[in-house]
Every structure is written in C-alpha cells, then in structure tokens.
Write a protein that binds this ligand. Structure first.
Ligand code: F3S
Length: 73
C-alpha cells in the first residue's frame, strides 16, 4: 500500500500535482499543496486505482515535495 504526503515547506505552489492527480492533491489558501485524502497526515492508503496518478505527480513536482511511503499491510 502507498501513502503520500506533501512537504509544505518546499512546495512552491506550482500546481502540477493537483492538475495531475486531482483526487489526491488539493491546495490551501496560499496554493500550497496537501493530500486531500487525509489532510496531509500521511495516514490514508492511496487507492490502488490512483497509484498511477500519484507516481505521475511525484515525477512532475519540480521541488520533490511529494513524498511516497510504501507499507506492507
Ligand atoms: Fe507543490 Fe510540487 Fe504540487 S511544488 S503544488 S507539491 S507539484
């Protein structure tokens, strides 16, 4: 299972992640991204059908602010 979190300290509000994976990422009032699945806590399993979108967003983020964790379950 995959989990994800945005490092809001390094996100530059480029907007690529939410465009690529709108079911996973949204933006706060300042345009900084967060994971909408769990309010950026990194506790929600990313649904398997969204894993491709997650990887695309991960690769597109210019600041490597998207972190992905794998956990066995
Ligand atoms: Fe920020 Fe990267 Fe998304 S810079 S808006 S986390 S693509």
């Amino acid at each position: 299972a995959k989990f994800t979190i945005v490092d809001k300290e390094t996100c530059i509000a480029c907007g690529a992640c939410g465009a690529t994976a709108p079911d996973i990422f949204d933006y706060d009032d300042e345009g900084i991204a967060y994971v909408r699945l769990d309010n950026n806590k990194g506790t929600a399993t990313v649904p398997s059908e969204l894993e491709d979108d997650l990887l695309d967003a991960y690769e597109e983020c210019p600041t490597e602010s998207i972190k992905i964790f794998n956990k066995e379950s």
